[in-house]
Design a protein around this ligand. Structure first.
Ligand SMILES: Cc1cc2nc3c(=O)[nH]c(=O)nc-3n(C[C@H](O)[C@H](O)[C@H](O)COP(=O)(O)OP(=O)(O)OC[C@H]3O[C@@H](n4cnc5c(N)ncnc54)[C@H](O)[C@@H]3O)c2cc1C
Length: 493
């Protein structure tokens, strides 16, 4: 494919990383973002002294030599103010009355868990060794060392079956699944690769970002601009034009037209196919298949601004479950689980300024308000969210009784907010639901039926900051060639 003009749809992590890789390698990059703020799920908002993250809260594998460190070094993101979580307890899982610590490092993780469950040492050893193996092979295909057969095969295996076969004790199975609100624990579909790779990365090391996730997006934007690329906000791509089997340009805000030699979309795939006009290559059967894929659940968040000096900052995440919670069959409507995440105080104080409570929420719960614009969804929507926030607080205050008295103000968001601010289908938190029974159809590749229209972002391969960052390289390999990408990854790791 000749020509070096690339238009990238969406300035979330995936779009910006692709923009960075391509600009660094001589392509003429324009990133178009429909929102006023770049970042997608990395957007932040400020209310007084409190700075809230909307999506991203913490990452794994950011220590030197680890996978995200390799990728973020390339993206020049390692000089942001990262803060490592407590190595002895980066995550605490509370199920009913019982509390369990997750420690960093495979051996330490094993010892900590084995102390709670001494009869499960053998199962735990296998569990940890397997996660480590998956993590060790993360760059196989990006390094060109093999064709990725090992990791690809894990997309066709069940995470739930693996856990049941490896671990006998049902409570330990729950505990090991207990930090997994960062994926959709859906027993009939979740691929083993998703479960193992994500959990492994956080066991290696876990980190927050002082000052919020938007810094990642802003840093990528300034790097792209410094390399001659452009990033435009309030620039919604409303149409992708195809001629003779190739995409040739996009309409922006239904007004301007921009030509391109390549187009990469980081929008939800169902949305991308809806943007493509008449096409010789993208047939109805493909469009219907993509539009018909299931999405992961959405997330409700209560962003809580705290009264000054009232609640000590905790350098760990706390996952709280009702004792009866069925972790692998999440019924979002029941508020059976809440993740408590503290933002790192910007002023280096020992008390927290704000805390977020996250709990799964389905699109069906909020769909009836989806036809109304942001801020005009009515009193019943506001009341619904207030009731949900109260349920979350009630579940949390059993373990953190000081929380209620420390609350200054609560701001809430639902899957409708993600739908409005990131155009994610059904406000899904983690993109398309990958299904191990059908990986060929649900684990999408960057390619589309149109050779110069590519995709990137969390609906492909693996979601989350690590997954999206890897996928950006897979997408750019389609333009720069696999050898170039192999060279970059080998140099950095
Ligand atoms: C509540 C929540 C918590 C999370 N917590 C974590 C976490 O702690 N750790 C972690 O690793 N991951 C976390 N994630 C996941 C992670 O944030 C995402 O996987 C990742 O940021 C997604 O990046 P993306 O580029 O694929 O998509 P997005 O961030 O959704 O970006 C897509 C962008 O495309 C834009 N766009 C869409 N359509 C158009 C159009 N037509 N024209 C122009 N622009 C368009 C959107 O506005 C958006 O900015 C979380 C996600 C959520 C929702």
């Amino acid at each position: 494919m000749k020509g070096n003009r690339v238009i990238i749809i969406g300035a979330g992590l995936g779009g910006l990383e692709c923009g960075y890789i391509l600009a660094k390698n001589g392509m003429k990059v324009t990133v178009l973002e429909r929102e006023a703020q770049v970042g997608g799920c990395l957007q932040t908002f400020r209310r007084g002294a409190a700075l809230f993250d909307t999506g991203f809260h913490y990452v794994g594998a950011l220590k030197e030599g680890e996978s995200l460190h390799t990728l973020f070094s390339y993206f020049d993101l390692m000089n942001l103010p990262w803060k490592q979580l407590d190595e002895e307890c980066f995550d605490e899982v509370i199920i009913g009355e019982d509390s369990f610590r997750f420690a960093n490092g495979h051996q330490q993780f094993f010892e900590t868990m084995a102390a709670y469950f001494p009869k499960e040492r053998e199962g735990l050893k296998k569990y940890v060794a397997f996660l480590k193996q998956v993590g060790d092979h993360i760059f196989d295909s990006l390094k060109g060392e093999n064709d990725g057969t090992f990791t690809n095969s894990l997309f066709a295996c069940s995470a739930y079956d693996f856990l049941n076969e490896t671990i006998q004790n049902p409570l330990l199975r729950k505990v090991l699944s207990g930090t997994s609100l960062k994926m959709e624990l859906n027993a009939p579909t979740l691929p083993l690769y998703t479960f193992a790779q994500i959990n492994d990365s956080f066991i290696r090391s876990s980190w927050r970002l002082r000052g919020g996730g938007s810094q990642i997006a802003e840093k990528l934007v300034s790097s792209i601009q410094a390399m001659g690329g452009e990033v435009k906000t309030r620039a919604a791509v409303t149409y992708i034009k195809e001629e003779e089997g190739k995409v040739v340009g996009v309409s922006v805000n239904n007004e301007d037209y921009m030509e391109a030699d390549w187009i990469i979309s980081s929008a939800h795939p169902a949305y991308t196919v809806s943007l493509v006009g008449e096409s010789k290559k993208m047939r109805r059967i493909y469009r219907n298949r993509i539009a018909g894929l299931d999405n992961t659940f959405g997330m409700f968040t209560a962003n809580i601004r705290l009264k000054p000096g009232m609640l000590p900052y905790q350098n760990k995440n706390i996952y709280i479950y009702r004792s009866e919670a069925d972790l692998w069959n999440v019924k979002p409507i029941n508020t059976e689980s809440v993740l408590v995440n503290y933002s790192v105080p910007e002023e280096y104080s020992s008390t927290a300024v704000n805390v977020d409570l996250l709990s799964p929420m389905s699109w069906q719960e909020v769909e009836k308000w989806s036809h109304y614009p942001v801020g005009r969804r009515g009193d019943d929507y506001v009341a619904y969210k207030e009731a949900k926030a109260e349920e979350c607080i009630r579940l949390v205050e059993k373990r953190l009784p000081e929380l209620r008295g420390a609350i200054d103000k609560i701001f809430t968001s639902s899957p409708l907010s993600y739908h409005s601010y990131t155009a994610s289908a059904e406000g899904c938190a983690y993109g398309i639901r990958k299904d191990y029974n059908n990986p060929m159809f649900t684990v999408l590749t960057p390619r589309t039926p149109i050779p110069n229209l590519l995709q990137t972002g969390q609906s492909l391969n693996l979601h989350g900051i690590l997954g999206v960052s890897m996928t950006s390289f897979f997408t750019c390999a389609e333009i720069l060639g696999r050898d170039k990408i192999v060279e970059i990854i080998k140099q950095k790791s």
